[in-house]
Design a binder for this molecule. Structure first.
Ligand code: 4AD
Ligand code: MG
Length: 429
C-alpha cells in the first residue's frame, strides 16, 4: 500500500510502500540507515543485510543522494524518532539513480545556492520556510474570508503608478504602454465601493534598484480595503489580522519553526494591543538616541530597527509627513502636514511589514494631489469617478508576504522567503 510519511503514525504494524527521495544514508557493514523524504516528512528506514535480498541490500547501498526511490517495509514504533515511527525495510527500488548532487552538507555560498534554487528548495530549512509561507497565506485569506471580506483580483497590467514613478516596470502594450502593478490598492478602492470589505492577494512589481535585505522586484502582497473605516479602525484591523496570522503559524507550524531554530517565545508575545507612536514622537526618540534624522525625513532600515527595539510587539508608527507618502493619502484635517497613515514595524529589527492609510476621499483635493505628483490625469479619471459617485471615508493596507515570512521565520534576507526570488541582480532560475 502506498503511503505518505506524515500518515505513518496510523500504520504501525503494517507493511507500506513510500515513494520519495534518498535524503541521506549512514552505513555500517551490515546495516544501512536511510533518510527518506517524500515532501510530507522525513523518516528513517533501517536495512538489515541479513533480512533482505542481496539486490535490495545493494540498491540501498548504491542509491546516491537525491535518487528517487520506492521503499517497502514494516512500520515500527520508535519513540525517539520525530515522527514516532521508523521503517524496517524489506525492499528498495531505485526509480532514478541521481547524478552527483551539487548541494552537499557543507556550507555553500549564497550565490551558489541561489543559482541552484530549484534544488535548494529540497533542503530541510527551505522546505520549512515554504511550509510557513503557505500557512501565512492561508491564515491571511481565512482571516479575511471569515471577517466578511470578498476576494477581488486586481489586474497585473495597469496604466496607473500607485506607489511613485521611480520603481515602475514599463512594458509595451499594443502600441501604448502599461506598467506591471506596484499595488492593487486603487482597484480595491473601486471594489470597496461595490462590496464594502474587499481584498486582493497577488504578485506586485517594483524596479527596486537598492540592494537591501528587504527588497525584491517581484513580491506578493495582501491588500484589504474597507469602506467607512477611518485610519484608527484601519490600525485595529491590522492588529487583529497580524495577531491571527502569527497565532496560526504558532499553532500549525511548530516543527517547521523548530527546524528554523526560531525563538517562538518572541512570536508568542505578538498579541493585541500593539503600541502606537506618532511619526513626530518616533523622530524625537531617534534624535534622543543620537540618530541624524530631521522631521520630514523618511526612516532608513536602521531607524526602524532602533524604534522597534524598545518594544516586544509590532509597533504602529502613524501620521508620517504627507510629503514622503503616496499621493492618495488623506491629510490630517487638524495638521495637513501629516497624513492619516501608518506603517507597522515588526519586532526584532524586521522593519516595515505593512503600509497603510486612510484615503483621500475629496474630489478637488485628490485632483490637486495627482497634479502635484505629476501623474497623467487621464489615466486617473476612473479613480476620480470614485470621488464623484458616492465618495465615503475608507482605509486599507498592504502587507508584504515576504516581509512577514522573513520576520516570522527569522530570516536574514527576504530572498529565502519566496520560492524563486527576483531582485535587480537575479531573474533565474
Ligand atoms: O508601503 P507600500 O508601498 O504600500 C502600498 O503599496 C499600498 N498601496 C498598500 C495598500 O495600502 N493597499 O507596500 C506595502 C508593503 C510594505 O509594507 C512591505 O511589506 C511590502 O509591501 N513591500 C515590499 N516587499 C518586498 N520587496 C519590496 N520591494 C517591497 N516594497 C514593499
Ligand atoms: Mg511603505
Amino acid at each position: 500500500m502506498n503511503c505518505l510519511i506524515k500518515d505513518l503514525g496510523a500504520q504501525v504494524g503494517n507493511e507500506v510502500t513510500l515513494r520519495g527521495w534518498m535524503y541521506n544514508r549512514r552505513s555500517s557493514k551490515t546495516l544501512h540507515f536511510l533518510q527518506l523524504r517524500d515532501g510530507s516528512g522525513v523518516i528513517q528506514g533501517v536495512v538489515v543485510q541479513a533480512e533482505v535480498s542481496p539486490q535490495t541490500w545493494k540498491a540501498a547501498g548504491d542509491a546516491t543522494m537525491e535518487s528517487s526511490v520506492a521503499v517497502t517495509g514494516l512500520v515500527r514504533e520508535d519513540k525517539r524518532a520525530p515522527t514516532g515511527v521508523e521503517l524496517s525495510v524489506r525492499d528498495v527500488e531505485v526509480l532514478h539513480q541521481a547524478q552527483e548532487y551539487p548541494i552537499q552538507k557543507k556550507e555553500h555560498g549564497i550565490d551558489y545556492l541561489l543559482d541552484l534554487r530549484h534544488l535548494w528548495l529540497r533542503s530541510t530549512r527551505q522546505r520549512a520556510i515554504m511550509k510557513v509561507r503557505a500557512t501565512i497565506i492561508r491564515a491571511c485569506r481565512d482571516f479575511l474570508d471569515q471577517d466578511g471580506f470578498t476576494l477581488i483580483d486586481a489586474p497585473i497590467f495597469t496604466p496607473n503608478a500607485c506607489e511613485g514613478t521611480t520603481t515602475l516596470f514599463e512594458t509595451e502594450y499594443f502600441g501604448s504602454k502599461a506598467y506591471l502593478t506596484q499595488s492593487g490598492q486603487l482597484y480595491m478602492e473601486a471594489a470597496a465601493m461595490a462590496l464594502g470589505r474587499v481584498y486582493c492577494f497577488g504578485p506586485t512589481f517594483r524596479a527596486e534598484k537598492s540592494k537591501t535585505r528587504r527588497h525584491l522586484t517581484e513580491f506578493w502582497m495582501v491588500e484589504p480595503e474597507v469602506a467607512f473605516n477611518d485610519w484608527q479602525d484601519n490600525m485595529a484591523l491590522q492588529e487583529r489580522f497580524v495577531s491571527a496570522m502569527v497565532g496560526r503559524v504558532l499553532a500549525e507550524c511548530g516543527p517547521d519553526l523548530k527546524a528554523l531554530e526560531r525563538d517562538t517565545s518572541k512570536l508568542e508575545k505578538v498579541v493585541a494591543p500593539f503600541p502606537r507612536i506618532s511619526y513626530t514622537e518616533a523622530i524625537e526618540r531617534l534624535q534622543a538616541a543620537g540618530r541624524p534624522v530631521q522631521w520630514g525625513d523618511d526612516f532608513g532600515a536602521e531607524d526602524e530597527t532602533l524604534l522597534s527595539e524598545s518594544f516586544d510587539r509590532p509597533l504602529f508608527v502613524y501620521q508620517y509627513p504627507a510629503a514622503i507618502k503616496a499621493f492618495y493619502m488623506k491629510p490630517n484635517p487638524a495638521d495637513p502636514r501629516v497624513a492619516l497613515c501608518n506603517d507597522l514595524l515588526a519586532p526584532e529589527g524586521y522593519g516595515e511589514v505593512i503600509g497603510a492609510g486612510q484615503r483621500m476621499d475629496d474630489l478637488e483635493m485628490l485632483t490637486a494631489k495627482i497634479q502635484e505628483h505629476g501623474l497623467p490625469m487621464k489615466n486617473f479619471e476612473w479613480f476620480l469617478d470614485l470621488r464623484r459617485y458616492g465618495t465615503v471615508p475608507h482605509s486599507g493596507f498592504g502587507m508584504g508576504i515576504e516581509r512577514a515570512v522573513s520576520w516570522i521565520c527569522g530570516l536574514q534576507h527576504v530572498r529565502e522567503a519566496i520560492p524563486f526570488p527576483r531582485t535587480m541582480y537575479r531573474n533565474t532560475p
